[in-house]
Structure formats: C-alpha cells, structure tokens
Design a protein around this ligand. Structure first.
Ligand code: HH2
Length: 290
C-alpha cells in the first residue's frame, strides 16, 4: 500500500500505524483530562512515542455524550495550540494530527506544526475545512458520523438498513467533497467511526464489513480504544480497564484490512499489532504458495 502523505512527510503503511491519543480536555471520558498542562501533555506525547506511537493525535474537544460542554473555537485553540507548538519543537520527527471539526482550529494547528487533520465530521460541520487542508497539503482523516458534536456519540441517528453500505456511501459523499476542495487522494485516510451514531451491533457489523470500505482504495483507520462497545461485550464499565478488549478489536480490524489505529494504550497496542501483522504477512505468503 502506498504511503500516506502529510504536509511534511510520507508515512509508510507497510506495517500497522499507531496514533497515540493526547486529550487536552478537562472532560475527556477516558483519561479525565490528566494530561492537560503543557508539560504533562508533552511528557505524555514523548512517552507514547517511546512506546511505539507513529503519530500524536491532539484533541481539545470531547465528543462524549454526557457532561461535555460545547467548546468554542477560541477555547479549543487555547487548549491545543501551545501543546502542538511544543510537541513540534521537541519531537520534530513525529507527525502531529489534530482532532477537530473547526476550520479556525485546523488553520491555527497546521500553522503551529500539525500536519494531519482528523475530522470526526469528515468536513460536514465546517465546509471550509477542505480548502484549508488542501492549501496546507495536510493529511486528512475522514471519519463517518452523523449529527452534531453533542449527539455524534449517541444513538440519535443510529438508524440503518444496511449499516456497512450506508457508512461506505456516506464516506464516498465526503470523499467527493474533500477532493472537490483540492485534497489529493494520497493524503486521505477513511475511518468508519466506531461508536459514532452506532450501537454495538453496528460497530461490529462495520468491523466485520471493513473489506467493503478498504475496497474504495484508501487506507483505513479504526478507533475502538476503550469504547462503549468494548464495555458492552466484556461487561467492563471502567474505560481504563478495557485495554485488552480494545486491542482485540484492533487486531481483528487489522485482519480485516485496517492499517491505522487510534489508541490510548500504545505499548500494548504496538506489541499486539506487530505480532498480528507478522502472522498475517506470513499467512499471505503461505497462501500465495499454496
Ligand atoms: N474517536 C473519538 C475521537 N476521535 N477520531 C477518529 N479518527 N476515529 C475515532 O474513532 C475517534 C476519533 C472518541 O472521542 P472521545 O469521546 O472524545 O474520546 P477519546 O478522544 O478519549 O477517544
């Protein structure tokens, strides 16, 4: 698979790529905003890189359904830009993505040294996103979701007759918009949006049906880390204790064609994905000779 192009580099996709999650929100569900000071955030980024993260994904707004107040663009900029600036200075070899739906935040982040925009609305909520990403030559993650930020992670729009087909066709619509704005093919990664307008049955169907998404020809990212569906399957309520279940989901996704993974627990994910990848690569060789 050809590499993923971002503003300053091409990220090889010939092995699993890990995006380490760095939340700089006071309300994020899974780390409770523990990494909110700039020094703490940079230390956490360094730790994730030492554990095998390929990209640091910085987010200043939570999409969790309850308790999270909507965040203004100014507040999001205030949270993420100092962190991005400092990580770019101290870890210049590590690409930074920014998890945002707002063009003001994207523009400021790309100017501060980020080089990937991870938009959970795939440019639905702010139509200026495409132009900004194209102008900076940014890498782009287009994730499937429905509704606004406050309801995305709820079931308000979780109505499907063919969840895989609908996710694929809604992402195809987003692809047309992104490419129409000038975003180049080799800059784009697609994400089915596990848990976004999806009940457990939908997330499972989407993971099982990943080959229909990879068939579009774009690299696919999966973010299952600590999510509610892992809790529902395992009966584990505390998100921080869902590490093994999350890794299980990501290994299954790797086997179904995903190449990139957005995770909280980098060390465990790196180990599991590297071993699973070695087995899958050997399997492909064995089958080619059968
Ligand atoms: N999930 C969340 C946020 N951003 N981005 C991509 N590309 N894919 C995902 O699955 C995804 C994402 C979930 O966000 P939140 O509820 O804020 O929690 P956390 O950031 O701790 O995962």
């Amino acid at each position: 698979m050809p590499p993923w192009h971002t503003t300053h580099r091409a990220i090889p996709l010939d092995r699993p790529v890990i995006l380490g999650i760095l939340n700089v929100t006071p309300d994020s569900f899974s780390d409770g905003g523990r990494f909110f000071s700039i020094d703490d955030a940079v230390s956490r980024a360094k730790q994730m890189v030492s554990e095998g993260a390929d990209v640091i994904d910085v987010g200043g707004e939570s999409t969790r359904p309850q308790g999270a107040e909507p965040v203004s663009a100014e507040e999001e900029v205030r949270r993420v830009i100092p962190v991005i600036t400092e990580i770019a200075r101290q870890l210049p070899r590590v690409p930074i993505s920014v998890d945002t739906t707002k063009s003001e935040v994207a523009e400021a982040a790309l100017s501060a040294g980020a080089e990937i925009i991870n938009d959970v609305s795939a440019f639905r909520l702010d139509p200026r996103m495409g132009d900004i990403c194209a102008r900076h030559g940014a890498g782009v993650i287009l994730m499937h979701s429905r509704g606004g930020v406050r309801e995305m992670a709820t079931f308000a729009h979780a109505n499907y007759t063919d969840v895989v087909g609908e996710v694929v066709s809604e992402l195809e619509d987003r692809l047309r918009i992104a490419k129409g704005s000038g975003v180049q093919t080799e800059h784009i990664v697609l994400d089915p949006g596990i848990g976004f307008a999806k009940r457990t049955e939908h997330s499972l169907a989407v993971l099982a049906g990943l080959p229909r998404l990879t068939a579009l020809g774009y690299p696919v990212l999966v973010g299952a880390s600590r999510k509610r569906f892992v809790g529902e399957i395992t009966g584990i309520g505390d998100p921080a204790r869902r590490v093994a279940g999350s890794v299980g989901a990501h290994v299954a996704a790797l086997a179904r064609g995903a190449r990139l993974f957005r995770v909280h627990d980098v060390r465990e994910s790196r180990q599991a994905l590297d071993v699973a990848w070695a087995v899958l690569a050997r399997t492909a060789r064995v089958e080619a000779h059968a």
